[in-house]
Design a protein around this ligand. Structure first.
Ligand SMILES: Cc1ncc(COP(=O)(O)O)c(C=O)c1O
Length: 483
């Protein structure tokens, strides 16, 4: 049987996560090669003196992440990530340039004040702002400021404060199975800033095309368009982005939301993860992984990030916008080293870096365990809210369908066929309900074929109010459907 060399620290707990981390490290280092057959969960559990459930959980996690493939009758093997025949069937050897799909117009308003008086704010995008840990953030800020040497108040390192990059490298490795270190991390003012800066940089370095998912976030589209890069839209289905369609375009950079597609809520399937990585290797391409809400998965451990599978082909983007509050405007990019150096120089030439004190505050908050504690509490709260809203929609909005996995802070809800999305939104607004329609998130080519749908942010309302909101939505749909 394969000797797997999986050292376990029993005192540290989370044994399944330790086993998974050991496998990932073995695959990355080349010690565990594609096709290697793994011991059965029963045998490995006996070898490691752990319960079988622990090994099963680790295998399931790694299968979802694309590191392992389980086939009936063939056991479990290390996945052939870079197999040449992983390229999508029918992809031309030299892809024909694709015409970019026209972009959707009529982006939904992003300024809350632009809407009518709102009793039930289900606009997606924000976490529970009332839960912002004001006292603990203030305490972290005091501690950080007291310890800050005077020199740290000069113009900062444009890549970000080293203490924060070091804390984040540890955090992202532990929580997202990322493979990173402080030198690969660049601190930004949120994912939006990282995306704008990277897109400009890539465009200046010869990348004329950026592939984005269809549907996607309408908030990001104008920012990307403003960089002058040509956007091509790639369809998303029940398994995430269609990698075969991506391979038929001339794009070498793609922006994806693999852990929880925005807005549909689907998770990129293990097969597609492998094919996407294979695409990037064959195309000498780059994957921009928007990990915007991956900490919030309620039914199981979140799928590890793609960046952990191939840190030289994937840029991992994240921020505190969903975990704490968007107003903090702090985020990060874990970037392959040559690009990290160029991004750092780009920051030096464009904005001289991110404010220093919030960086030290976040580093202190991470170091003291406050960030993890806050996320644990929020996970419990959001899970209850999501379940309450999903159940109330099933009860009060007949014919509606809730999409996506149990995760995040928004729901994608398909309305009954034949419903007029705009009319439902207008009627909901008259009842004091603020909701976003999905149509602007689709390209104009696909929008007419997509079922009418709403994207509902549930993080800020308690269960009782969510149930009431679903009742009002049911009435808006009933009248909207009648015209
Ligand atoms: C898909 C997606 N990614 C990322 C973000 C977060 O952006 P930022 O970190 O700049 O606040 C958002 C915010 O709405 C989003 O919709």
């Amino acid at each position: 049987m394969t000797d797997l060399h999986l050292p376990l620290d029993r005192s540290a707990g989370r044994l399944a996560a330790q086993i998974a981390a050991g496998f990932r490290a073995g695959v990355r280092s080349g010690r565990l090669t594609a096709g290697t057959r793994l011991p059965s969960s029963r045998d490995l559990a006996r070898d490691l003196a752990v319960s079988r459930g622990v090994v099963v959980a680790a295998y399931e996690q790694l299968t979802a992440e694309g590191f392992l493939i389980a086939r009936r009758g063939d056991g479990t093997r290390i996945a052939p990530l870079a197999r040449p025949d992983d390229s999508p069937a029918g992809a031309p050897a030299r892809p024909a340039p694709a015409r970019p799909a026209p972009l959707p117009s009529g982006a939904a308003p992003v300024v809350p004040g632009a809407r009518t008086p709102v009793d039930y704010d289900l606009w997606p995008g924000s976490p529970d702002l009332a839960a912002f840990p004001r006292d603990r953030w203030l305490a972290a800020e005091r501690t950080a400021l007291r310890a800050l040497p005077n020199e740290a108040l000069a113009y900062p390192d444009p890549a970000g404060a080293f203490v924060l990059r070091a804390e984040l490298a540890g955090y992202l490795g532990r929580v997202r199975a990322a493979h990173t270190d402080p030198d690969r991390i660049v601190i930004t003012n949120g994912v939006a800033h990282a995306l704008s800066a990277l897109t400009r940089l890539l465009r200046a370095n010869g990348h004329g095309v950026l592939a984005v998912e269809d549907p996607t976030s309408v908030r990001q589209l104008p920012m990307l368009q403003a960089t002058g890069i040509r956007l091509v839209r790639i369809p998303v289905d029940g398994e995430g982005i269609d990698v075969a369609a991506l391979a038929r375009t001339d794009a070498r950079v793609v922006l994806v939301t693999p852990a929880h597609q925005y807005p549909t809520g689907v998770v990129l399937s293990p097969g597609r993860r492998a094919r996407l990585i294979a695409w990037a290797r064959e195309r000498d391409g780059l994957i921009l992984e928007d990990d915007y809400d991956a900490e919030f998965r309620y039914d199981r451990e979140p799928v590890g990030c793609l960046q952990g599978v191939d840190p030289d082909r994937v840029v991992l983007l994240g921020s505190v916008s969903k975990a704490l509050a968007p107003a903090i405007r702090l985020g990060w990019a874990a970037v392959p080293p040559p690009l990290a150096a160029r991004l750092r120089t780009h920051r030096l030439h464009t904005d001289l870096g991110t404010p220093v004190l919030p960086q030290h505050t976040l580093a202190e908050y991470l170091r003291g365990g406050g960030y993890d504690r806050h996320l644990r509490a929020m996970r419990r709260r959001y899970r209850t809210r999501r379940d309450a809203l999903a159940e109330a929609i099933r009860r009060h909005v007949p014919g509606a369908r809730v999409h996506g996995v149990s995760a995040g802070i928004h729901l994608y809800v398909e309305l009954p066929p034949g419903c007029d999305e705009d009319r439902v939104i207008a009627r909901a607004a008259r009842a004091g309900l603020s909701v976003a329609g999905a149509r602007p998130m689709w390209s104009s080519g696909r929008a007419p074929h997509a079922r009418p749908a709403l994207v509902l942010g549930y993080a800020g309302l308690g269960e009782g109010r969510l149930v009431k909101a679903a009742e009002l939505l049911g009435q808006a749909v009933a009248t909207g459907a009648q015209g």
